[in-house]
Design a protein around this ligand. Structure first.
Ligand code: PRX
Length: 652
């Protein structure tokens, strides 16, 4: 057990046992974990079938657990009927109606509280309102919402009537919103007059207006939540205020019973190719995954206050804000605003104020807050915290140790959770009362999840420390079912590499001598900036759509704060700009990318060349560009390059 510092990088080799005080009350003890794993390995279908029966309220029981006959198109619990919102709300009413479901804190410090009964009422009212507008089972409804309880209410209302929501993150541009509305062929949009972030108002409704002004013919109505005092334009024929829509409707609503395989939602995410893909999740399997992992990984107990800081626009906000913890009957906290507004202690102040016991965030946020120094969290009482979580990107050992020591007071286990939009719920993570952790490792797959690291031939890599493809070898209930409108792309992206035998995650990983998994990063052209997933091709197409740009290649480079940063190599039409001309073009291109995709995708750095490094067959050598972006000396063989001289120009 040593702990030494190499240069500025902490090399942490200590291991951390679950604290006894935690183990004493944990939902899953080491023995229980062993028996779950044994049960899952012995009879995976029986395992999932038992859990689905015990954990979900079925309207009609499922006749079979798994259908593999059309693999890799797997279905789970098909023929069974349920409603997800009934499972998140109605089933708690009798015993927990007055329990707090959501505590919502706004950036300005305004607080609202919903009990399970009041949340149920609001969901029913909106569901009735949506039905009044003509929304039906199977309709697609786009949500562009601030991170407020009404976002959850809208998601749950869609689930109640069997409509599919597709939440779009508020940081995307009107262009991105438009392409998602059109891809989903959505009939309704639910938005707000604005949201609060960083002391400013995010003009959500005007984004919707802009998107709808140039297309999106499928949209019939836009429902608008009043969240700010800021005036907006309403189109009388199309737009309706949320409060008007629900003014005269009943506060109960008959749920639509749907097949377990009925899609619950689409969520767009970036992949290797240009267009974002609408990942489709199915009602029954997704609910089971979100619910079980909420209980297993976060150890949810009756008195907990669970704060997952993710925006509802991301999968984490779906599984661990809108669905999983509510299905488990927990109390959650939602915060609308920036982590440092109006001061750097905002997160810790909220933890103290509301007695947060479980806190789940992304490494980027941890690193940013760590930089502000230890005295800030020291000002707040964080003694109620009992469990900490991390998600979205690898957590570096320094950040892990800081989180452990300064936020967790060295008494809270840390769950480093690995999963993806496509997996629906957490796949690998420590079980906090049962697994010994190592900073930077997501430890082991959860019971029932058969993850592995394989080589180019699909064979398990035996030697510890050797990296390979992260795959999941058996289907699991919360797996994505398809890409909306493009099943061929789904199969090609996730299954074809190893002849449909395994789900291919797109990450590389290795396992150490004790079998712990360590995620190394993406092995496709996806870049993770502050945990947000960006497709390099998507940014490249945006850049190439600019009238002055001939060609562009985008790669990620390591960044101490955001994990990765976007670096663009650009070939302009005409002469390569230098000095002021280059600065001017850079400003313009950054604004252009913001306009086309959103501020998340804005390149941190743009370099100009007369060409890009290409092989003789014309393929861009991204590997070399990655090295250039990271400022590395090119040690690789460049003899296959058509135009090696260009490297010197781009390195400058
Ligand atoms: O590369 C992995 C990284 O995030 C990717 C999935 O991104 P997204 O679909 O946006 O979902 C993020 C939240 C679930 C993965 O392919 N990733 C996620 N969690 C971790 C991680 N990398 C390392 N460690 C993690 N705990």
């Amino acid at each position: 057990m040593t702990n030494d510092t190499i240069g500025s990088v902490l090399h942490e080799t200590r291991t951390f046992h679950p604290p006894q005080a935690f183990v004493d009350h944990a939902r899953i003890t080491p023995d229980r974990l062993t028996s779950l794993r044994e049960e899952a390995d012995r009879d995976p279908e029986g395992f999932w079938g038992r859990l689905a029966q015990e954990e979900i309220d079925w309207h009609k029981p499922f006749p079979q657990v798994l259908d593999s006959s059309r693999a890799p198109r797997y279905t789970w619990f098909e023929g069974g009927e349920l409603n997800v919102s009934v499972n998140c709300l109605d089933r708690h009413l009798a015993r927990r109606g007055q329990k707090t479901a959501i505590i919502a804190e706004g950036e300005k410090g305004d607080v609202r509280v919903f009990t399970y009964a009041s949340l149920h009422r609001e969901v029913c009212r909106l569901a009735n309102g949506l039905r009044k507008l003509g929304a039906r089972k199977g309709d697609r409804i786009i949500l562009l919402m601030p991170n407020v309880p009404e976002a959850v209410i809208a998601m749950q209302a869609c689930a109640r009537i069997g409509a599919l929501h597709s939440v779009v993150f508020g940081g995307f541009s009107a262009e991105s919103l438009k392409s998602r509305i059109e891809d989903a062929n959505a009939r309704f949009v639910i938005t707000a007059d604005g949201g609060h972030r960083g002391g400013k108002i995010i003009e959500l409704k005007s984004f919707v207006d802009k998107a709808l002004s140039t297309g999106c013919k499928s949209v019939r109505n836009v429902v608008v939540l009043k969240r700010t005092d800021h005036g907006i334009a309403m189109d009388d024929k199309r737009d309706v205020w949320w409060h008007d829509l629900v003014a005269n409707v009943k506060d109960t609503c008959d749920p639509a019973w749907v097949d377990a395989e009925h899609p619950l939602f689409l969520l767009y995410t970036s992949g290797s190719t240009g267009r974002p893909k609408g990942i489709v999740h199915a009602s029954g399997g997704y609910l089971l995954g979100a619910l079980l992992t909420s209980k297993w990984v976060f150890d949810l107990q009756a008195s907990d206050v669970f704060w997952c800081t993710a925006d509802v626009g991301w999968i984490t906000g779906h599984s661990y804000v809108a669905y999983g913890p509510l299905a488990a009957g927990a109390t959650i906290l939602m915060y609308e605003g920036a982590p440092t507004e109006p001061h750097g202690g905002r997160f810790w102040e909220i933890c103290e104020k509301h007695g947060v016991t479980i806190f789940y965030t992304a490494p980027t946020a941890i690193r940013a807050l760590m930089r502000l120094g230890d005295d800030i969290p020291a000002k707040y009482d964080l003694s109620k915290l009992r469990l900490l979580g991390s998600v979205g990107e690898p957590i570096n050992p320094e950040a892990w140790m800081w989180y452990h020591r300064v936020i967790g007071g060295a008494r809270c286990p840390i769950v480093d959770t690995w999963w993806q939009t496509e997996t629906g719920s957490i796949m690998m993570s420590p079980i906090p009362g049962a697994v010994v952790t190592k900073p930077g490792s997501c430890t082991f797959p959860l019971p029932g999840i058969d993850a592995d690291v394989v080589d180019e031939e699909g064979e398990r890599i035996q030697s510890p420390e050797e990296g390979g493809y992260l795959v999941i070898k058996r289907p699991w209930p919360s797996m994505a079912r398809t890409i909306y409108g493009d099943d061929a792309r789904y199969q090609e992206t996730y299954w074809n590499k190893f002849n449909n035998r395994y789900y291919v995650a797109g990450d590389s990983a290795h396992r150490d001598a004790e079998g712990y998994f360590w995620i190394l990063g993406r092995n496709d052209d996806v870049i993770k900036v502050s945990g947000h997933r960006l497709g390099s091709m998507e940014i490249e197409s945006a850049l190439c759509a600019h009238p002055n740009i001939a060609e562009a290649a985008v790669v990620g480079r390591p960044d101490a704060l955001t994990g990765e940063a976007v670096v663009a190599f650009v070939v302009p039409k005409g002469a390569r700009p230098e000095g002021d001309a280059a600065t001017k073009l850079t400003i313009e291109l950054r604004a252009w990318v913001t306009e086309q995709i959103g501020a998340l995708a804005r390149p941190a750095e743009i370099r100009y060349g007369d060409n890009l490094p290409k092989t003789r067959s014309g393929k861009i050598m991204r590997r070399l560009l990655r090295s250039l972006a990271a400022g590395e000396v090119i040690a690789q063989d460049t003899s296959t390059l058509e135009n090696a001289s260009i490297l010197a120009q781009l390195a400058a």
